[in-house]
Design a binder for this molecule. Structure first.
Ligand SMILES: Nc1nc2c(c(=O)[nH]1)N[C@H]1C(S)=C(S)[C@@H](COP(=O)(O)O)O[C@H]1N2
Ligand SMILES: [Mo]
Length: 323
């Protein structure tokens, strides 16, 4: 039944899906690879025992709810949250959740380096156990003009910054996804700038809304949602919320992200949600609520989180803040 309900929003999505469109176009340019992208990775995919490993942090769930940030929409149901995903490491379509089970999420080491007092590495379970886990419901607005409402578990990125101790000269934090094409067939598309990276200013990263996600729906996050550690910055387009992070690199130079390297005119550094600033190829005025039978709602400035983040952008009028 779920399948049939999904069909309603599947069609419009395929018409707008920009990241997917772009990926396909690149694949076609490269020649012959498009069949692989469209047909998925059935041949390369091997579900192994890895997916059956018990998660070593299960005892931390469910975490206490932090309801500072109001939610005025119904939650997207869990099945949709965990089966309709963007994770280009596993393919350019939305249905990578099975393929993503090949991601080996333990052991998992997080590296903190660059302009910090002292670079270090830490196992993700040690890191998670040092952090104050809580549950927050955030809306997620993809640049492709669809949205979801998701209960994440995690901790403020600001808490990681406290641990990392960036130097006062550091201005940005760049976050990097794992790179291992043996697990992630998408990374065999060598003309893409793997690993996927994203960046924030230190001021943005210190804002309480910037959240490092470890769980979804009161449980450790499934691989397709970016286990074991992913970002959620709900006032920005979804591509900023980098998944499966292995490195936090502090720098004084503005990092160029994965999507920005691919197509800077469409996916910039700031990428704050704004209904009045259209994407070059479609309107951002409204969004399709995934799982709601094709319903569209108006998109809000800063995705409705302006009260908490608008001040971050004072005096930056010359920057391309919204694309
Ligand atoms: N490493 C990595 N992170 C990523 C992506 C990706 O392809 N690779 N896609 C981004 C995009 S475009 C979106 S909309 C969100 C989707 O998150 P979800 O699948 O949990 O809904 O993840 C973001 N993080
Ligand atoms: Mo996205």
């Amino acid at each position: 039944m779920n399948i049939i309900r999904r069909r309603g929003w599947e069609a419009p999505e395929h018409e707008v899906t920009p990241e997917h469109y772009f990926l396909s176009r690149r694949a076609i340019i490269a020649g012959g690879v498009s069949a692989l992208m469209i047909g998925g990775y059935a041949g390369a995919q091997r579900l192994s025992d890895v997916e059956k490993l018990p998660d070593p942090t299960t005892d931390l769930y469910p975490a206490k709810v932090n309801s500072t940030y109001p939610v005025d929409r119904p939650l997207t149901d869990e099945k949709t949250v965990t089966s309709y995903n963007n994770f280009y490491e596993f393919g350019g379509d939305k249905y990578i959740s099975q393929r993503a089970q090949a991601l080996k999420i333990r052991p998992w080491t997080v590296k903190i380096d660059g302009m910090v007092e002292k670079p270090f590495e830490i196992g993700v379970d040690d890191l998670i156990r040092k952090m104050p886990l809580e549950e927050r419901i955030y809306r997620l607005r993809c640049v492709e003009a669809w949205s979801m409402t998701i209960p994440w578990t995690g901790f403020p990125l600001a808490k990681l910054l406290e641990l990392a101790k960036p130097l006062s000269s550091a201005k940005y934090v760049q976050m990097e996804t794992f790179k291992d094409s043996a697990m992630a067939p998408g990374q065999r598309q060598t003309w893409y700038p793997w690993p996927y990276t994203e960046g924030l200013t230190i001021a943005e990263a210190s804002n309480d809304l910037a959240f490092l996600v470890t769980g979804v729906y009161g449980k450790p996050a499934p691989r397709q949602n970016g286990a074991p550690l992913r970002l959620a910055v709900p006032w920005k387009y979804g591509f900023k919320s980098v998944k499966s992070i292995v490195r936090f690199h502090f720098t004084d130079k503005r990092p160029k992200s994965y999507w920005e390297s691919l197509q800077a005119s469409e996916y910039g550094f700031w990428a704050n949600v704004n209904p009045k600033v259209d994407h070059p190829r479609w309107s951002q005025a409204t969004e399709e609520v995934i799982g709601a039978g094709g319903k569209r709602v108006p998109t809000l400035l800063f995705n409705g989180y302006g009260e908490w983040v608008a001040d971050l952008y004072k005096g930056l009028d010359n920057e391309r803040l919204y694309a």
